[in-house]
Design a protein around this ligand. Structure first.
Ligand code: GLC
Length: 656
């Protein structure tokens, strides 16, 4: 049993995140000190309370001890000192053995969550505009609270089943030949693969919904040729539309007033990859319908997956701000740049991109009103993805289309998944991306994952192995890297057989992964959980930050330190350790509850099977479609194969 309450204060801007109607129970939230003048909500935290949630954010699973700010930011340096990443997911859960208490602060502007930073035993939420719909959910255990929350916000997005296969991406596949080469190399190496991602270089001068015809002379043919080889091509779509005479998307947008305007009614001129762009006003229904319809052009050429990017929106500069900067820079020309003026000068240029002032320069048509962007900033990526999702339902009612986005807000989880953006090939980011998963799940984002191997910086072979092992059950399983970094396609490394075994294992696990993912979506639950969700009575389990439960049967405990040859693992109950070197070569060992040091070689993946549970597995396959469900085998620990209820479907038809 849970109790859901809705409070409303100020005049909140509607976000569309909550779809179940809960009548407002007033404007004062019991248990919190509300200070309207300061714009804050405060509550004491007892020592045993753990605060989970807030989706994709820095630091650990227990969010205590830092300030997190909901302010979608294009920042590729995901270091501990940051407060905001690309997403704003304002749901958290306060957990103790006595109770579980969830809160969703539904407001599209900036919100800061000081969780025991200013005062270790206090939580303080500050809102830029003190207006919000707040939902509180009280229950006996965290699982119930999460189910109630998911019931409020609606079912999570379901991708096609092939999107659980391995994906290869890199920013800099310049043409058809390069893509062909990647596919051929994977096939030659015998490493399974389902998708190749097309980054901005497939477009003609970074223009959305265009193809560089020299690089991809017959895209339609190419997409279908790839499909015949079991490969789905997944192009990127960026938020900014290039300003260029004769470019149809630009021309139509200007003519029909689909772009965000400044106060004076002119379209805002910002810049991203193609230089000057306009931003579609995704908050306006007619713009969404128009932009969403554009995806159809690529779908008609055989494309069945997309990733939406730069939709915080990322801004290199706005034309207005750039002019100001040039004017100001000139004032420094003949100066002796000293300690003060030098840094002031440097800051002028440093702060040119994603400048907060720029987010105050333009407006949206939202529910019949003109709303300044900063007031609804965190909705932009959500509504871009909604544009696509609504169009997919219109144009592809019988077929699921893959969609995930960089920026997000709760509500977007109904239209697409997320990836965690531009991480780095750092060991700390391997751990971070593991720890981000339960927070994302709580907020409804079940289809998610990080850039495996790291996006920025050079990846080492051991990091790639450990990352693939850590992410072995993460729904999105995509290797992606930035232009200019070391190439990290798996066949380029020394131990190709290790990589082959690992990705084969991933495919062997897909029946379980898909089954548990779907059950979680359909029941409004979570797919990846902290240990405390499953063992709420176990004090030690609550504090474990580097192990997760995946579905009903499995506990994960990845190795995340370089040169480590094993790790300590805490078992809340007796479990069966399964040590895979490949799908055929594995050992099983029963371990008793408590602490264990587990050696794990670089080419080994360890899974822990819970007592009384079953792990269904398939024979490896070169792509998801070829997984043979008639040949499943079952690893069990004090259970029978029949005890496992396998969910399966055709992987393509929409599921309601
Ligand atoms: C952004 C994306 C990244 C992509 C790059 C080029 O940085 O986050 O994934 O590769 O843009 O499009």
């Amino acid at each position: 049993m849970t109790t859901v309450k809705h409070f409303q204060f100020g005049t909140p801007i509607e976000t569309g995140a909550v779809i179940r109607n809960v009548p407002a129970a007033g404007s004062r939230i019991p248990g919190w000190v509300q200070d309207e003048a300061q714009g804050t909500l405060c509550r004491d935290l007892s020592e045993d309370e753990i605060v989970y949630g807030l989706g994709e954010s820095v630091r650990g699973m227990n969010k205590r001890g830092w300030i997190y700010e909901s302010n979608n930011s294009d920042d590729p340096n995901h270091t501990e000192d940051k407060h905001s990443l690309y997403a704003s997911q304002n749901f958290f859960l306060i957990f103790s053995r006595q109770h579980s208490y969830g809160m969703f602060v539904d407001t599209p502007g900036k919100v800061s969550f000081d969780i025991g930073y200013s005062k270790m035993d206090q939580m303080k939420i500050s809102l830029d505009d003190f207006a919000a719909n707040v939902y509180t959910i009280e229950g006996e255990n965290p699982t119930e609270v999460i189910r109630s929350f998911h019931d409020l916000i609606g079912k999570s997005y379901i991708p096609p089943k092939w999107a659980f296969g391995y994906g290869q991406s890199r920013w800099s596949y310049m043409n058809e030949q390069e893509v062909l080469e990647v596919v051929r190399s994977y096939r030659d190496a015998g490493i399974p693969i389902d998708s190749v991602y097309l980054d901005i270089d497939y477009m003609d001068h970074y223009k959305d919904f265009t193809i560089n015809n020299e690089a991809f002379p017959d895209f339609d043919r190419f997409t279908r040729q790839m499909k015949e080889q079991g490969i789905h091509l997944v192009p990127i779509i960026d938020a900014g539309v290039k300003i260029e005479k004769g470019y149809d998307v630009y021309e139509e947008g200007v003519e029909k007033q689909y772009f965000c305007q400044k106060e004076n009614g002119e379209n805002l001129v910002a810049a991203v990859w193609p230089g000057r762009v306009h931003f579609p006003d995704f908050l306006d229904e007619k713009t969404r319908e128009w932009f969403g319809g554009k995806y159809q052009w690529l779908i008609s050429q055989g494309v069945d997956g997309f990733w939406n990017d730069m939709n915080e929106p990322a801004i290199f500069y706005t034309e207005d701000h750039l002019k100001e900067v040039f004017r100001k820079i000139d004032l420094y020309r003949d100066q002796n740049l000293d300690i003060r003026s030098f840094f002031a000068f440097k800051e002028l240029v440093d702060k040119i991109d994603n400048n907060p002032e720029d987010y105050r320069r333009f407006y949206h048509h939202y529910h019949g009103q003109l709303v300044r962007h900063d007031k609804v900033h965190n909705l932009y990526g959500y509504y871009m993805t909604m544009a696509a999702g609504e169009a997919f339902r219109r144009y592809s009612p019988d077929k699921r289309i893959l969609m995930f986005s960089r920026a997000s807000y709760i509500g977007m989880h109904r239209y697409g998944g997320v990836w965690t953006g531009d991480n780095k090939s750092w060991w700390s980011h391997l751990l971070l991306s593991f720890q981000q998963m339960p927070g994302l799940n709580m907020c409804g984002f079940l289809y998610s994952g990080s850039d495996i191997g790291g996006f920025g910086a050079d990846c080492t072979e051991d990091l790639m192995l450990r990352w693939l092992e850590m992410a072995i059950m993460t729904p999105l399983y995509r290797n992606h890297s930035a232009e200019g970094t070391r190439r990290q396609e798996l066949y380029r490394f020394e131990h190709i057989d290790w990589f082959r075994n690992l990705v084969n294992l991933r495919y062997a696990l897909i029946p379980y992964i898909y089954s548990e993912f779907m059950k979680a979506v359909l029941s409004g639950g979570m797919y990846m959980m902290p240990l405390s969700f499953v063992y709420p009575e176990d004090e030690r389990a609550d504090r474990v930050e580097d192990q997760l439960i995946v579905g009903e049967s499995i506990m994960l405990a990845p190795v995340y330190l370089q040169n480590a040859v094993g790790r300590s693992v805490y078992l809340p109950e007796d479990m069966k350790l399964i040590r895979f070197r490949s799908c055929e070569d594995y050992e099983e060992e029963i371990l008793t509850a408590g602490d264990h040091y587990i050696p794990v070689a670089l080419n080994e993946t360890i899974l822990f099977l819970r007592k009384g549970h079953v792990l269904p597995m398939a024979q490896p396959a070169q792509d998801v479609e070829q997984i043979d469900y008639s040949k499943l085998f079952y690893l069990t620990y004090e259970a029978e194969p029949e005890d496992y209820e396998l969910y399966n479907d055709d992987g393509i038809s929409p599921v309601s």
